[in-house]
Design a protein. Structure first.
Length: 425
């Protein structure tokens, strides 16, 4: 078996058992020898974060940082040298793998007079590694009050998600717990992510948005490790709204995974484990997801305690369309625009479609301005011309969704969608 295969196997083990220090350090050694210094350093730092007196981890971190030109190299080296000067019981207390090297590495600078304990006590001064560069952790800065229209969606969000979290005592009195996740589904471009951010703002929680590319990795076991890291970041930053976009890509039905896609089975299994909080505490972590293809999601993900609540988010209603138009035209020269009238004539258009209407109308006004040599305002004529050009982008989605709603609706989960489509005929 080649080194690459061994590394892949060890990464899989570490993903399933993140607390296995010997295996993690052995993996770091192999990565270092394989020239992957940044990945090796990441594993060494994980160990030092929980075991700052681990001599081997400190030495590995120093060696990796030296090769990377990392500013922390000297601090890691001083810590390693001080620890290796201590009795064996101190420097190897956490080492259980046979054949570990105990030689003191060549010093890149004169040994400091500090004791190991002095360095450990001051280790907090070493620049700490940033949170894993997976996804984006932000403070949303908005609430549902800033979501125009969508009154039914907001009412249901308040009832099924926000109120139980805000009033845990009342929920417990009725035998309900503020847990599980909520899945927003519907055609693309209808504001699912915006609504999720607003929910985080309502709860005063950080918003941690995760996409498919943030998790999936070509290395065996790395995707599962990324997923574990995502949940760990959320647990370290409570309250936190963990939002998974394109959930169908991460949680695809395992019966649909064949050949090369079989590696995704492990991702789905790890996802289920993290949602269940196996060996972990998910207090203060709220989970939401969004998908355009709910029919592709593994049924295990929508069982109680997981994404057990599903909410349909449809194209914006008239109030929301008016607000979207106003937002996109803000700061642009306009003259006597009847945005309510435009909204009434753009049923079925998504937020992205409405942005295109505004851009198209703006281009017409800009063309006139360049011909006239002065700034011309956007008029209703521009808006009407733009509306004629833009058609709803959701047509293909509704065609696909109609088939599932009519022929794969045994559980009734698509009843609301069917009612909406019948009302549009």
């Amino acid at each position: 078996m080649g080194t690459s295969e061994v590394i892949a196997g060890l990464e899989s083990v570490v993903a399933g058992d993140p607390e296995n220090v010997p295996i993690r350090l052995h993996l770091a050694e192999l990565l270092l020898g394989h020239g992957e210094h940044d990945r090796a350093l990441a594993h060494a730092v994980v160990v030092l974060s929980s075991l700052p007196d681990h001599a081997k981890a400190a030495r590995l971190a120093a060696d990796c940082a030296d090769r990377l030109g990392d500013a922390r190299a000297a601090s890691y080296r001083r810590l390693a040298d001080a620890l290796l000067d201590q009795p064996e019981s101190i420097s190897t207390a956490h080492e259980v793998m046979p054949g570990a090297q105990q030689e003191r590495p060549p010093q890149s600078e004169p040994a400091a007079p500090d004791s190991a304990q002095d360095l450990i006590n001051g280790w907090a001064d070493i620049p700490a590694p940033a949170e894993p560069r997976i996804g984006e952790l932000i403070q949303p800065g908005l609430t549902l009050n800033e979501v125009a229209g969508m009154d039914d969606v907001k009412r249901r969000l308040e009832l099924s998600l926000l109120a139980p979290i805000r009033n845990p005592e009342v929920s417990m009195a009725y035998g309900k717990r503020a847990g599980g996740g909520l899945l927003l589904w519907g055609p693309p471009g209808c504001g699912k992510t915006f609504v999720a951010r607003a929910c985080a703002g309502e709860l005063g929680a950080a918003f941690y948005s995760i996409g498919t590319s943030d998790v999936l990795d070509m290395w065996i076991g790395a995707s599962e490790q990324n997923l574990t890291s995502v949940f760990e970041v959320a647990r370290r930053n409570p309250p936190c709204m963990l939002f998974f976009d394109e959930l169908d890509s991460l949680g695809r039905k395992r019966t649909q995974l064949h050949d090369g896609a079989g590696a995704l089975r492990g991702v789905v299994n790890q996802f289920l484990s993290e949602l269940d909080g196996v060996g972990k505490v998910n207090d203060g972590v709220f989970v939401m997801g969004a998908t355009n293809h709910p029919w592709d999601i593994d049924s295990a993900l929508v069982r109680p305690g997981r994404f057990d609540r599903m909410m349909l988010v449809l194209p914006p209603d008239p109030a929301a369309r008016t607000s979207i138009l106003r937002h996109h035209l803000d700061g642009r020269p306009t003259h006597k625009l009847d945005l309510e009238g435009v909204a009434a004539r753009t049923e079925g258009l998504t937020g992205a479609d409405l942005a295109l209407v505004c851009d198209s109308a703006t281009e017409r006004a800009m063309e006139r301005s360049m011909d006239a040599g002065k700034v011309e305002a956007i008029t209703m004529r521009d808006m009407k011309s733009a509306m004629k050009e833009v058609r709803p982008s959701t047509g293909p989605w509704f065609e696909t969704a109609r088939n599932y709603a009519m022929y794969s609706n045994e559980s009734g989960q698509f009843d609301e969608l069917l009612a909406y489509m019948k009302g549009r005929r």
